[in-house]
Design a binder for this molecule. Structure first.
Ligand code: SAM
Length: 263
């Protein structure tokens, strides 16, 4: 029996992504057909073939049953995200985290979402708040194209602008600062702190995602932030330390929220 089954899509068309232990490989067709029988909306079943890899954080997914066209429109909290999980990063499990972040945004804020993927954070934020301005930056052209399409699908063109490219190149050219900067790239976001920090206005909030190991989950990220802040002669105060999700027995995805208190 698969340990995990993620369903991405809508009531009319979805894909299931399963993780099968090697010893169950010979039963793949039966397991996939059972998944499609139980979940009537599932048209394709994909097996995880790797962990998340490379800069785009995709994983290799192998079609084991159903329709080879795996592009779907995922529904979440009144939003629609069109995507093909074989081409881009997307996790339906992160919906609650998106809810928590969009709940922190205040009306009138300007928000920079680095590493924005197909746009779930920018769109959830823009759907919840009429008068926010969100800038989204993504390196994977396929994810960026979906983000542009998703902005239209969700009718938030007036609030979200999507830019294709490397945050390291794009951010310095934006020529402005933001009330809030999101860094949703747990594996490696800290390497871009020097890019993110100058994007914060005084009083602005930074959300850094990070992989961390027990028992001391937060001090590593806090030190990285403090060291980077020193270089810019600024100070950031920790607002919140959050255990977002568990990756393996001792490893967590954490979020550290910090406020720029002097520039
Ligand atoms: C963990 S995924 C998160 C995507 C999205 N925020 C979400 O929650 O679904 C990280 C994303 O960052 C993008 N990325 C990686 N390095 C980048 C860079 N230097 N500049 C812009 N985007 C980058 C990847 O292509 C990937 O889509």
């Amino acid at each position: 029996v698969p340990r995990s089954l993620d369903i991405i899509g809508s009531k009319t068309k979805a894909v299931a992504i399963i993780e099968l232990p090697e010893e169950l490989r010979e039963f793949e067709p039966e397991i996939a057909n059972a998944a499609m029988k139980i979940h009537k909306n599932v048209r394709s079943v994909l097996a995880k073939e790797s962990g998340r890899e490379g800069e785009f954080r995709n994983r290799r997914l192998r079609l084991i049953a159903g329709d080879p066209d795996t592009e779907v429109v995922h529904r979440e909290a009144g939003c629609m995200f069109k995507l093909d999980p074989r081409e881009v990063y997307f996790s339906p499990r992160e919906s609650e985290e998106r809810e928590r972040i969009s709940g922190k945004v205040a009306d009138g804020e300007s928000v920079l979402v680095m590493f924005s993927g197909v746009g779930p954070f920018p769109i959830r934020i823009a759907k919840k708040h009429d008068n926010v301005r969100v800038t989204a930056i993504e390196l994977n052209p396929r994810a960026h194209n979906y983000c542009v399409e998703n902005i239209c699908l969700n009718r938030v063109e007036d609030r979200v602008s999507a830019l294709l490219g490397d945050v390291r190149e794009i951010c310095p050219k934006l020529g402005r600062t933001y009330d809030r900067v999101l860094m949703p790239l747990p594996k490696g976001a800290h390497a871009f702190l020097d890019v993110a920090m100058p994007m914060l206005r005084e009083g602005g909030v930074l959300h850094l995602y990070h992989w961390a190991q027990e028992p001391d989950l937060f001090s590593g990220a806090e030190e990285l932030i403090a060291r980077c802040a020193d270089g810019f002669n600024v100070h950031l105060e920790t607002l919140e330390r959050v255990k977002v999700s568990q990756y393996s027995p001792r490893v967590w995805k954490i979020r550290l929220d910090s406020k720029l208190i002097a520039s």
